[in-house]
Design a binder for this molecule. Structure first.
Ligand code: N01
Length: 539
């Protein structure tokens, strides 16, 4: 239990918002510096994404050997991954183990949502207010809300009139939802929708999948591990630990080194087949870099994957609806799938093509499209998130001179390397826009890098008897220009998706994640640090 009376008004060194991957590691790291830290999280437990997203079929698309913390050899030795791709329950167990193992809970206020954080120019400290009445005064605020924490819930006309059960995947009730023998509708076919659909189809009476944009997906092979597997994986940890920082996207697998069109067509096909058969995201994250910027290379790989989709769906009309044609492979997030396309061969599954028959509204009984009403007992919204910015906009951040982050970001979303924001001194931001996180980096790798950078920065301030750090407007502009220059060479930045903010009405169309690769990002961050925080005002 948090004792509000004792916490209230006690000066802290740092408040961390979020007790997921970044938040827990940030707490551990700042404690090592001897700082007084409090983590605040709206959830009742640790895990962030892996607390909230307990929908059926939720699991990582990153293999467990690179989806973990590297700060403790003991932890690496003790924790036994059960499978290559841990499901939500296993991931959540991992975070609970970490929280207990390092005695983190005593510094976490659960069931507490941060409502505002206000910088006080006179004291050069932040005042943080929460919905429980807990208020905190702190030198630093560190956001660790994750890039995908603000779900898109109220979306459809008439949604509140539905008499059945309506749930968003990212707010899945902890006690579960009984889907047995029910008529279920799933709206959305992103990484989440795909996992839900392939998982619940055998259990429900009837499943209707409402698809607006067809999605590519690559088959997952998810072996369960025994002790011998774990020993072999552990033996490679020293190598893995080094490799993750050197690959474009923070996995331990390097990409193809030969230029796509320097390879004869037959051999290219063989390579694509091998990447496909790997049962991982290798085809996307460690395939050919040209997929991201060369339309001809992208076309060939897209055709290859389209062929694979068509092969697995019996009804050619359904296969055509499921085959993406309006964007190239890899320009939106590519999910792994486990029988997703074959699910549409089942007699109890229907696909509704929302491009042909859009949703008009949700009714008392179900969903009405332009082709008529479909009666349902349960509607599952797998409709995604306000990515990158949503978590920030949910909090009223006020920086120097009372400036509002919400207002500033209405004009333009700006950050410096996704780590700080001009006008908001001593606010550090993990998983903010314009870092590689979410889209082009295995999140745990990048988050751990950001936490380390922030920790070293705070340590630097203390050691140099400085209290405040803030990026200059010029440095922020330079980073944005650099971000845009790289982004605009890619096909990704021209494609509609949450990567570019196009899933939110009125959001600026701009690639949210840095796409220069993790090594380039780390180099840029290191350079700033080595030059005594060049581009930042330190006082
Ligand atoms: O969300 P999404 P997500 N009417 O935005 C549709 C991570 N993740 O939750 O494409 C009808 O990708 C929307 O249609 P369209 C991962 O990074 C990781 O699936 O906009 N449809 C789309 O089909 C992922 O990328 C893991 O046309 C509407 C879907 O809803 C990110 O989370 C697992 C609509 C939303 O797809 C987000 O994935 C799951 C409307 N009004 C998620 N609005 C793993 O690691 C939206 N849609 C395994």
């Amino acid at each position: 239990m948090n004792n509000i009376a004792t916490l209230d008004q006690q000066p802290l060194d740092a408040v961390i918002i979020g007790a997921g991957f970044a938040g827990l590691y940030q707490l551990w790291s700042l404690r090592k510096l001897g700082l007084r830290v409090r983590v605040v999280d709206a959830a009742a437990g640790v895990g962030g994404t892996w607390y909230w997203n307990s929908y059926p079929g939720a699991r990582t698309d990153s293999p467990s050997n690179v989806y973990q913390y590297w700060f403790s050899d003991e932890l690496l030795e003790e924790w036994n991954w059960q499978q290559r791709y841990p499901d939500q329950q296993e991931s959540e167990r991992y975070f609970n183990y970490v929280a207990d193992r390092f005695d983190l809970r005593k510094d976490i206020s659960f069931n507490t949502r941060v409502e505002s954080a206000t910088w006080d120019d006179s004291t050069r400290r932040w005042n943080v207010k929460t919905d429980t009445g807990l208020t905190l005064n702190t030198q630093f605020v560190i956001t660790a809300m994750g890039p995908l924490s603000a779900p898109l819930v109220p979306m459809f006309k008439g949604q509140e009139s539905f008499k059945g059960r309506l749930v968003h995947t990212a707010r899945w009730p902890r006690e579960g939802v009984d889907l047995k023998a029910k008529r279920v509708g799933v709206i959305g076919t992103g990484a989440t929708g795909i996992q839900v659909v392939q998982t619940i189809a055998p259990e429900v009476a009837h499943l209707t999948v409402f698809q607006r944009t067809a999605n590519y997906a690559v088959p997952m092979i998810n072996p369960r591990y025994d002790d011998a597997d774990r020993a072999a994986i552990r033996a490679k940890y020293p190598e893995t630990r080094k490799a993750i920082w050197t690959t474009f996207i923070g996995f331990d697998i390097p990409g193809q080194t030969r230029p796509f069109f320097s390879i004869p067509a037959d051999e290219r096909r063989e390579i694509l087949e091998a990447l496909w058969a790997d049962g991982t995201l290798r085809l996307w994250v460690a395939g050919f870099a040209e997929v991201f910027f060369d339309p001809a290379a992208n076309h060939e790989v897209s055709e290859f994957v389209r062929e694979k989709i068509r092969e697995r769906v019996k009804d050619p009309k359904v296969a055509e609806i499921l085959t993406p044609k309006d964007h190239g492979f890899g320009t939106r997030r590519v999910p792994l799938e486990n029988g997703y396309f074959m699910t549409f061969n089942r007699p109890n599954v229907d696909l509704v093509d929302l491009r042909a028959t859009p949703i008009e509204c949700i009714t008392e009984k179900g969903i009405r499209t332009s082709a008529g009403e479909i009666e349902l007992d349960v509607i599952i919204l797998a409709t995604g998130f306000d990515a990158g910015t949503g978590g920030f906009l949910a909090i009223d951040f006020r920086g120097r001179d009372g400036v509002s982050l919400r207002e500033e970001w209405k004009k333009e979303v700006r950050t410096t390397m996704g780590l700080q924001i001009h006008g908001f001194p001593n606010l550090f931001t993990t998983s903010a826009p314009y870092a590689p996180i979410a889209a082009f980096c295995n999140a745990p790798t990048c988050l751990q890098h950001q936490v380390q950078w922030i920790t070293e920065c705070i340590d630097y301030l203390h050691k140099n008897d400085r209290a405040v750090i803030e990026p200059t407007a010029e440095a922020e502009q330079r980073w944005l220009a650099h971000h845009d220059e790289i982004a605009n060479q890619t096909l990704v930045a021209k494609t509609k998706s949450w990567y570019t903010g196009s899933n939110i009405e009125g959001k600026h169309f701009r690639l949210l994640s840095y796409i220069g690769g993790l090594p380039a990002y780390i180099e840029a961050c290191d350079k700033v640090k080595q030059k005594d925080y060049e581009g930042f005002e330190v006082s």
